[in-house]
Ligand binder design. Structure first.
Ligand code: 5GP
Ligand code: MN
Length: 341
């Protein structure tokens, strides 16, 4: 896998960093480990250089990322819209990480889209559609964190990859690959992980803080939705799970509680396609899709749920009832029958 960034892109990034003082980093709503890792890693590098670096997220991040270096200083736009706007107004450069379209940053879409400030984008999704002064985009990369690692090295900023930066980058790589399960079948990623391990990362501490932090309610939610709400369509090699409002109330649903649920049915023999539907109070349903092999989850998300994503991991939204979202999915699965044989 070759993630060599064009020399003119590297020069531009170095120029924007050396000639400016204030940087604002943002990433997609419902931040995951890659979004959190890439943001906190770049913020830490910039701070070591004596720059001002703020991270402004569209909404809150899950509590199990609170241990990350610099996470406590992150500003949540939903909670502090005025302060967030002021930060974007005052900044010299905006850094967009781990998203390919401005609608992925929800309420920040207008602010970032209309800002005249210089922009740097680093992302690993297909179909990148954001205007910027420097763009690092490799859809074959495991994670934005892996690309941030290559970018820092190519810029000659390797000395700033201290243990904190390495832990942030490792978090993104390990969470976006399901602990090096998918999207990681190339040797280069292990070189990067090896280099991060050499920086002294607390590997067990990281895993313990991200994965071994479930509440009792979260486990009971998992048991309930698997037992009561999982459907298997063997003739289509497809399975799906729903989480309704009643489940959420009963088990005191917290942000991040359903992280990983979508992958669970993948362990059923011969399942190639999985979905998770999460019902929200505002009449929308969040749809998460995962596939194995040659089934295009991103195309399916585009066709039926106004979404997109990676070939094997995508998502979108449905405006309407949970039952209708599921029906739309099942109809789609029938349409895609040939690819699901
Ligand atoms: P998840 O299912 O973990 O929320 O999202 C998996 C992947 O699907 C994300 O990395 C992102 O690429 C994509 N994705 C999720 N939701 C949306 C959405 O609403 N719109 C688009 N375009 N992509 C999404
Ligand atoms: Mn990512």
């Amino acid at each position: 896998m070759d993630f060599t960034i064009a020399p003119q892109v590297i020069s531009k990034i170095k120029q924007l960093i050396s000639e400016n003082q204030s940087f604002t980093i943002t990433t997609h709503h419902n931040s995951d480990g890659d979004a959190m890792g890439s943001s906190t890693a770049i913020a830490e590098v910039l701070r070591q250089m004596g720059k001002t670096a703020n991270i402004v997220l569209p909404n809150d991040y899950p509590a199990f990322f609170r241990w990350m270096n610099g996470a406590k200083e992150i500003i949540n736009y939903e909670r502090k819209p005025k302060e967030s706007q002021a930060i974007f107004n005052a900044t010299d450069v905006i850094i967009c990480l781990d998203f390919n379209q401005l609608n992925r940053i929800d309420g920040l879409e207008q602010i970032v889209g209309q800002s005249p400030k210089a922009k740097i984008v680093v992302d690993h999704h297909l179909g990148l559609n954001i205007e910027a002064d420097a763009i690092v985009s490799f859809p074959d990369a495991s994670s934005t964190c892996e690309l941030v690692y290559h970018m820092l090295q190519a810029c000659g900023y390797g000395q700033y990859i201290n243990r904190n930066v390495a832990e942030s980058l490792y978090t993104g790589i390990v969470t976006d690959t399901g602990r090096l399960d998918y999207a990681s079948s190339y040797s280069d990623i292990y070189m990067v992980v090896g280099n991060l391990v050499e920086k002294g990362i607390r590997k067990f501490f990281i895993h313990d803080n991200i994965y071994n932090v479930y509440t009792y309610n979260r486990m009971r939610l998992q048991a309930a939705v698997l037992h009561e709400n999982m459907c298997f369509l063997p003739e289509f090699h497809t399975a799906y799970i729903t989480i309704n409002q009643k489940n959420k109330k009963q088990y005191d649903f917290q942000l991040g509680d359903s992280e990983g649920f979508v992958n669970i049915p993948m362990v059923i023999k011969d399942v190639k396609f999985c979905a998770l539907f999460t019902e929200y109070e505002n009449g929308t349903v969040k749809v998460s899709l995962r596939s194995k092999g040659k089934f295009p989850a991103n195309k399916f998300a585009e066709d039926y749920f106004a979404g997109g994503g990676h070939f094997n991991a995508a998502g979108g939204k449905y405006i309407g009832s949970l039952a209708d979202a599921v029906q739309t999915f099942v109809n789609g699965v029938h349409t895609y029958k040939e690819l699901l044989q």
